[in-house]
Design a protein. Structure first.
Lengths: 192, 192
DNA sequence: GGAAAGAGAGGACATTTGACGCGATTTTTA
DNA sequence: TAAAAATCGCGTCAAATGTCCTCTCTTTCC
C-alpha cells in the first residue's frame, strides 16, 4: 500500500530515502471497504489522506437528505476536509469509499512535523494547494457559466477515469444538476 | 495609497520596518478610473495586486459575449489571475474597476524576491491562499446545492459591502443566475 | 442461488428559469 | 445642464429543469 505512495511521491519530488522513511514511519495505512466512511459530518477531520487504491468521495448532505459531491478522489490523489483539518473544527462534509480502497493517513500533528523537517515535502504540498486552486476556480466558472450539457461533457473529458466508475446520479450530484437532466442529455446525444 | 496597505499588512503580520520598506520599494502604485481595465483576456497577468481603495471585478467573457464574474475585490483585498501569474500563460479572465480605485502591484519577479527574503510575508501569503481555498470550496458547494434565493441571501450576508455597491446584474453574474430570477426573488421578498 | 437493493431510462406534469422587449428612473458623461 | 447610458422592474412567452412515478435490468449480498 505504501509502495504506491512511494512511487508517486518519488516521481514528484526529490525526497531522500531517509525522508521517505520518516514519512512512512508516521503513516497510518487503512483498508476501506465499499460504502465505508472515513469522515462523518460533525466530526473533526483528523487526517490528511492519500488514496493509493480505489475511489473516495467527499460530499455534503442538506437538511432534506440530498447529497452534493464536492470531490472525487481516485487512486494517487489526496483528500481531507481542509478547513476542518487545519482549524480542528467539526466538518460539514462526509468522506466515504465508492470502491474497495487503500488509504494512507497522517495526523495534523505528524504532518506538521514532516512539513517542518522535510522542505521538499513542504514545497510539494504548497504547489499542490496552488494547483488545486486552479482546478476549483475553473470549476466555479464552469458551474456558473456552462449549460448542463457542457458541464457533462467537460466532466467526461476531465475525469474519464472517474466517470467510468461512478453511477450517473453521482455525476449529477457533482455537477449540481438532476439525474433527469443528464438522462435527457444522454438521450439527445444518442439520437444526434 | 501605500499607507492603507501598510496599515493592513502590519495588522496581519509582524514585519519589520525594513521589510515594509523593501516591499514598498518594489511596489507599483496605480490609479484606476471606473471602467478602466487592469487585465484583458489573452494577456499574461503580470502582477499580484492589492486594492487599497475602490472595487475591482474579475470576470470571464464567453463567445456569445456574456460575462461571468469570478471575484469582486474591494479595498483591502488581493487579486490576480493565479494561474496566469504563476505560469506566465495568457489569462482567460479580465480585471477591471467598478469604481475609482487605487491599486498596488508587484511583478512576479519582485514578489518572488520578497517571498524569498521576508519569511513573514511568505507565511502570510500561504495562509491567505489556504483561507481562499475555504471560501472557494464553500462557493462551489453553494452554487451546486443552493436555490437562487439562498444564493442571493448568502451573497448579501457574506458580502454586504460589495452588494451595496454593485448593480444587481453583476450579482446575478456572480451567482450564475439571470437578472430576471433575482428580480423575481426581490419581488417575492417584498410581498412576503 | 435467490432476494433485495441500486441504477437508469423515460413518461407526465408542474414549476422554474431564461430570453426579449418596454418603459420609468437614476446615473454618468460630455 | 442636457444627452446618453445604465439600471431595474415587469409582462409575455418558450424552453429548460425538477419531481414523482413506473418499469427493466444489473449488481450486491446473504
Amino acid at each position: 500500500m505504501f509502495a504506491e505512495f512511494e512511487t508517486f511521491i518519488r516521481e514528484r519530488t526529490d525526497l531522500s530515502d531517509a525522508d521517505i522513511e520518516v514519512i512512512r514511519s508516521l503513516a497510518i495505512e487503512k483498508i476501506v471497504r465499499k460504502k465505508e466512511s472515513l469522515l462523518h459530518a460533525g466530526e473533526v477531520c483528523r487526517y490528511k489522506m492519500f488514496v493509493s487504491k480505489g475511489l473516495l468521495r467527499t460530499f455534503c448532505t442538506k437538511e432534506d437528505g440530498s447529497d452534493y459531491i464536492l470531490q472525487f478522489s481516485p487512486e494517487n490523489s489526496w483528500t481531507t476536509d481542509p478547513e476542518s483539518f487545519d482549524k480542528l473544527i467539526p466538518s460539514v462534509c462526509n468522506i466515504d469509499a465508492l470502491e474497495y480502497s487503500e488509504v494512507i493517513m497522517w495526523t495534523k500533528e505528524d504532518f506538521n512535523y514532516l512539513f517542518a523537517n522535510i522542505p521538499g515535502l513542504k514545497a510539494y504540498t504548497q504547489k499542490l494547494i496552488v494547483q488545486n486552486m486552479y482546478v476549483v476556480r475553473q470549476r466555479v466558472l464552469s458551474v456558473i457559466s456552462s449549460t448542463p450539457e457542457e458541464k457533462y461533457d467537460e466532466f467526461i473529458k476531465n475525469y474519464p477515469n472517474v466517470f467510468a466508475r461512478v453511477p450517473l446520479h453521482m455525476v449529477a450530484s457533482y455537477l449540481g444538476v438532476s439525474t433527469k437532466t443528464l438522462s435527457r442529455i444522454r438521450h439527445a446525444q444518442l439520437v444526434r
